[in-house]
Design a binder for this molecule. Structure first.
Ligand code: PRX
Length: 630
């Protein structure tokens, strides 16, 4: 048995002992009485009775030893700014932000929605919420008003923190008009909106509601706000993610379990130690940003690099220049970013001093072999693929190099991480699959610390969605297909549901369909994910127009396609805009009216759609084919 297998086996045989040891990695104001309460599965409580605070563990407890060490390095190639905050400075900023939020009426348990570009104030706001026991919900800045409104209505925030604008590839993206529109659309209205003015775009303000961050920050100079100690299971945040239905799910995270899980992953998976520098090129609006830009590195006393910009501006060397300049030890990105770099001059990979860099972690979407090989050979550093989800909060499958550098197998993220009783199960019987046999990647409960505790405000949905998908077995479904080999390595084979993954961004096809359907010219629509060499997948829409005259000529079709793309961009954001929208007169459906998405996807990818005995109108597929040909 290898060391990784031994640690994994112990974590499952004696979860109480294993996690009690890991819990020593963080400070507890009140020690926990019970390590695990699983008396009401699938609702699990870790470190029962223990009181702690994420902000205390990220900042306060490092003040004695590392006040002068950089905690947060912010780099923007969009506005040409760089700023370093030491642990003492970050502590000060977060205390001020906590005082501001309290001044705006935020109390323990209140929700604060953060709709921000990648600026330091976003990190201040997250940590400030954690400090005062408020529950943050960060909404990715790439989402637009309808997405945002749905999240406002679900989270019901007392306060929203936002900014005038973000910037993407040199283009200013105003946030405030989208936010105002979202608040107009939502039933729930926040009491206050706190605004950071970057002076990138005009920002109309609503009297009595909108507050200015810079003015408040001066007013609360020197504020010291005590941490609110939370019972371990009290929520730290809600992060929305897409699923099978159009309504996004609020993934609720606890406090103590998350702190312990992240601290443990920093050691066992990311090989990070206090004083190291970690550069996670993600966005704070995604789970990778929550766990490995903000909380994980700071809990471990590391320096974290927050980057506003793309991997190719001002040139294809920017990521490596950051590594050289800030002596980055650990880097975390997504396969798409590497595929983007592959199109650049390869000499960018060797122009900078990368001697500080130990490991490159990649997650969020399948890592294809050519990309893995290209980057590994190009920079001469080990590449660590890791598989996980918004729901888990930290890696489910990885080579856990902090325990042992098991040899990687290209195409596989590795072996199940400690704490996860991972099974590949048959979707019809719930029985475990033999090695080599494809099944659903499932996890037998209890889930380890750090994983979602429930769906925000909807315990039933948590049970129904995640724990009832596999028959005859109470297990958590990841909604991914997978296969395990004889050595226990897991290969991920794509989602079992209607979620697609565009450049590492998780999107629900139903959300996009709902948005397209809201256009008056659309009668029916199907959206599927189609393989793409750069982005992994792209969304493609197939529409039936309400009025056939609107799609009579190629020019008509192009015009309507443009309108539809704009609709999605305005409602959901550019991130969800389909790559193409095609028009047909009939969509492939079963005789009972269910869309045959898999068949549509197969045709769009040029594959054989397989057995279609249930199809209502066999000509539907021919129509798809000719629409695709243009
Ligand atoms: O389908 C899997 C894919 O991304 C999904 C989770 O996306 P998200 O909630 O955005 O969390 C991303 C956290 C890194 C999974 O269900 N996925 C994630 N990582 C991998 C992956 N697919 C293959 N290989 C991976 N390493």
């Amino acid at each position: 048995m290898t060391a990784s297998h031994a640690v994994h086996a112990r974590s499952l045989a004696d979860p109480q002992g294993f996690w009690a040891e890991q819990a020593k990695r963080i400070d507890w104001e009140t020690p926990f009485g019970q390590v695990l309460d699983n008396s009401c599965p699938p609702f699990t409580r870790w470190f029962v009775g223990g009181r702690t605070n994420l902000c205390h563990n990220a900042l306060d407890r490092h003040q004695a030893a590392r006040a002068a060490q950089p905690a947060l390095v912010w780099i923007s190639t969009e506005t040409d700014e760089q700023r370093t905050y030491t642990y003492a400075e970050l502590y000060d900023e977060v205390n001020r932000m906590a005082a501001i939020l309290q001044g705006l009426g935020v109390q323990k348990g209140d929700r604060v929605l953060i709709y921000m570009p990648m600026i330091p104030q976003a990190t201040f706001a997250m940590l400030a919420c954690a400090r005062i026991g408020a529950i943050h919900s960060v909404v990715f800045g790439g989402f637009a008003s309808v997405s945002l409104a749905a999240r406002i209505d679900d989270a019901q925030p007392r306060v929203i923190v936002s900014a005038d604008a973000g910037s993407r590839a040199g283009k200013v993206v105003p946030y405030k008009p989208l936010l105002d529109e979202a608040i107009r659309l939502s039933q729930h209205k926040p009491e206050k909106v706190l605004l950071v003015d970057r002076k990138l775009a005009d920002m109309p303000r609503t009297e009595g509601r909108d507050e200015d961050y810079a003015a408040w920050r001066e007013r609360v100079a020197g504020a010291q706000v005590p941490c609110v100690w939370l019972e371990s299971s009290e929520p730290s945040y809600v992060l929305y993610t897409s699923g099978t239905t159009g309504k996004p799910k609020g993934v609720q995270r606890d406090t103590g379990g998350y702190a312990v899980a992240l601290a443990t992953s920093m050691a066992y998976i990311f090989c990070g130690k206090a004083g190291d520098t970690m550069f996670t090129a993600s966005d704070i609006g995604w789970v990778v940003g929550h766990s490995y830009i903000v909380y994980g590195p700071l809990l471990a006393g590391m320096t974290t690099v927050m980057y506003e910009g793309t991997p190719i501006r001002p040139d294809g060397g920017i990521l490596w220049r950051i590594v050289e300049q800030y002596k980055v030890n650990l880097m975390f990105s997504a396969p798409t970013a590497i595929r983007v770099l592959k199109k650049q001059d390869p000499s960018w990979l060797t122009r900078y001093d990368l001697s500080s860099l130990r490991l490159l972690f990649l997650a969020g979407e399948p890592l294809d072999e050519p990309t893995a090989r290209w980057i590994q050979e190009g920079i001469g550093k080990p590449v660590v693929d890791n598989y996980w989800q918004t729901e888990s909060g930290w890696p489910i499958i990885a080579i856990q190099r902090g325990i042992e550098a098991l040899p990687p197998k290209l195409g596989s993220p590795g072996v199940p991480a400690y704490g996860y009783d991972l099974r590949i199960v048959d979707e019809n019987t719930g029985k475990e699959c033999a090695p080599g046999q494809k099944g659903v990647v499932a996890i037998d409960g209890p889930l380890p610390p750090g994983c979602m505790s429930t769906v925000w405000g909807d315990d039933d949905r948590f049970v129904r969605t995640y724990w009832s998908a596999v028959p005859n077995r109470l297990c958590y479904s990841t909604f991914d297909w997978g296969v395990r080999d004889e050595d226990g390595y897991v290969f991920i084979l794509g989602r079992t549901d209607d979620v697609i993954n565009v450049a590492g961004h998780r999107l629900g096809t139903r959300e996009i369909e709902e948005s397209l359907s809201s256009h008056p010219g659309v009668a029916e629509v199907a959206v599927v994910g189609v393989q793409d060499a750069l982005k992994g997948q792209v969304a493609m829409g197939f529409c039936i127009a309400r009025d056939a005259a609107r799609t009579a000529t190629p020019a008509d079709r192009l015009a309507l396609e443009g309108e539809l793309m704009k609709t999605v961009e305005q409602q959901l954001g550019a991130v969800a805009r389909p790559a193409r929208v095609f028009f047909v007169n009939v969509l492939p459906k079963t005789r009972s009216g269910k869309l045959l998405r898999r068949a549509i996807q197969a045709v769009a990818e040029g594959r054989d759609p397989g057995d279609l005995t249930t199809i209502e109108d066999p000509t539907a597929l021919e129509q798809l084919q000719s629409a695709l040909k243009g």
